[in-house]
Design a protein. Structure first.
Length: 145
């Protein structure tokens, strides 16, 4: 595996609440614009300065996050220790498998950060099980439209 460069980085002051944003599209030719729109509203509402954004383009949710260059780079950036928040549109952007999402959530929490989703707000390892089913159903409904 190799480290990918984030798609954007923003300078920030040390006292800022710094967030990382992750986008994933399952197929090429599909924009991540809707995800960006939802995440932007969230980071503006929560007054979070975005340190970097990461993208895995054309990567299905069944692909392990540690095999995705964008997510792998996000986790490496998270380990620097200055991140308070990881933002995603919904948890299915991390993975479709609830066990994998739970593992990612635990890693994020172990680094002192929180996981925020545009769909459901703050996610913790504790409340993830119930929420995953809800967000998975929402994602399936969006695909059916």
């Amino acid at each position: 595996m190799h480290f990918a460069e984030p798609i954007a980085q923003t300078p920030y002051a040390a006292e800022d609440k710094v967030g990382l944003v992750y986008f994933r599209t399952a197929t090429t030719g599909v924009s991540y614009g809707d995800q960006m729109f939802c995440c932007r509203a969230l980071w503006e509402r929560e007054n979070i300065t975005i340190g970097a954004t990461f993208l895995d383009y054309g990567v299905r949710g069944s692909v392990s996050p540690d095999q995705r260059s964008g997510f792998f780079a996000l986790m490496a950036r998270l380990r620097r220790g200055d991140v308070s928040t990881v933002l995603v549109d919904d948890v299915t952007r991390i993975a479709r498998d609830p066990v994998i999402v739970l593992q990612a959530c635990r890693i994020i929490e172990a680094q002192g950060a929180v996981l925020l989703t545009a769909c459901a707000g703050r996610i913790s390892a504790t409340n993830l099980g119930m929420l995953f089913q809800h967000e998975h159903n929402n994602a399936r409904d969006r695909l059916d439209q």
